[in-house]
Design a protein. Sequence first.
Lengths: 193, 486
Amino acid sequence: MIPSPQEVTQLLVDWSNGDEQALEKLLPLVNSELRRLASHYMRRESPGHTLQTSALVNEAYLRLIDQQQVRWQNRAHFFGIAAQLMRRILIDHARRHHYAKRGGGAPQVSLDETAVVSQERAAELIAVHEALEQLATFDPRKSRIVELRFFGGLNLDETAEVMELSPRTVQREWRAAKAWLYRMLSPEENHAT
Amino acid sequence: MQPERWGQIDRLFQAALELRPEERTAFLEQACAGDAELRREVELLLASDARAESFIEAPALQLAAPLLVGQDRPSLIGQAISHYQILSRLGAGGMGEVYLAQDTRLGRKVALKLLPAQFTTDADRLHRFEQEARAASALNHPNIITIFEIGQAGSTHYIVTEFIDGQTLRQQMKSARMGLSLALEVAAQATSALEAAHAAGIMHRDIKPENIMRRRDGLVKVLDFGLAKLIERQAVGVDTGAPTAANLRTEPGTVMGTAHYMSPEQAKGTEVDAHSDLFSLGIVLYEMVAGRKPFAGDTLSHVIVSILEQEPPLLAHYAPEAPAELERIVKKALVKDREARYQTARDLLLDLKELKQELEARAPRQIQPPRPIPSAASVAGEIRKHNLGFAVGLSVLLLAAIGLGDWFFASRASHSAPIESIAVLPFQNASGNAEVEYLSDGMSYSSTACHNCPSYRSKRAVPCFATKVKTWSHNKWDRNCPSKQF
């Protein structure tokens, strides 16, 4: 049975208040919605289509969430929570994929191309996630901006709204965060921190 | 990193970004005031910034899309596409999903392949693909799958081909390593398919174990001629119809081609010709015999480097039974320089056939088992797994059969878990000597009357005794003696 948007919203609020059981109920719902979105990507994915991503993610929120119930003053909170949730789900997927393919010391009998690409993507996602955790220890604001934009799929203006910052500040923070993360993820660089 | 230190780096980074690149050095020299470490940190950050333009600009969800799909896709089973009723899913490859379907007009079973939409949205690309598929459909060769129709229903493009009742080489290799003679037989038939296609000016471009099937009766069919054309990218003057390393990297969400079976020219993204197919087939032959790929690697890049630069390990390293002549054939197929490679499929085919004949002449009565003689432990494991209904399809050499008794006892001794049941198939007297015919029947009786193993129930395949055939294969067993007879 598919719960109503009100119920989903309530679950999100409960989770943000520390109710882990609410998360258990949320995950399958959001998962199936994300899969629908993902296959949407796969169908129309071609250079030039990437700009629609943010719109698509918003669509997912709209479908899942009762916008009336999420009142204006809660919006920032809500998007913050939603981005966290997305991050958690995507990293879970990436980890499962990554370890399923590589783990257990099993010989890699059929490392076909699909697996190679997916595996590289899974590894990349996990690497970004881990570097972001590190960034959060000394610059939580930048880490959160990346979480909202990269994992939450929000655009610059939405991120600015949620963070209560000017778009210009968000842009500056985003650029510095990107440069730092990129450096962390580049194997050839010296990772002195 | 300390937040204060980071704050310092961040401020200088932001300030430097406001300046023109040529002004930054002087600025940092002054601003860092001899703090070399600080300066280095800011410079590294600026260098990363210059390269990080598109980095994480696309949301994570997009990056993760290939990980998310492929699970819980809506089922097409039971639905109809044009006049094809979809019965079951046969599998999925880079080129789309394949279904078993019933052609309701002609009343026959067909394989229906749905092309992924992301490859068919470009009308130009689709047109070239259709041309290629039309050319391939004109190929009339027993070892090439027959294309019945290329069609479109709504926005879905599909290809209908003959349904092949058998397994792909990938599936075959997964269940057991292929014997030398079977590997040669399969390679020869596949080469024969390539010979016919190349003569018609058609290249395959994506030869790999997933694209070669072996029917239950042993006939080999090469699938998907020219389908690799679908992934062709816009390129001027170069035929990049085949998967290339560049494609694999840049095509978002790409699910095609297989790096492991690429020729060096494909890996480099240069022009591809018939030699390329022969290289890929050489890889498949190597894998069938050695049980592993000649060019391995954990990542796409490692595989490609291996294809471009490394010599594969000798076959004999993994398959001591591989004759020197096979070593030579594989080596010649896998030469990096295509001019030094086999020049035509015919040359390769002749060498394969000659070797096959030579091996047969050397061991006239030897029949290659479809599966290696399994270890006692693995047989016991399988039998436990499948309980009573498991039919062991063995083509047993007489010599191996003589050792069978020991084999059961060894299995009891070395295996603490009890064997609950065993199915004993009739043994084939492969010696050609009628005087020892009694042994083949006697063996199956004596192995069922195993006094040392009181706990297992054994059943002889009595209903099938009359069907003792010359080469006793798994398939024949399945057909003649369905396991429910037990």
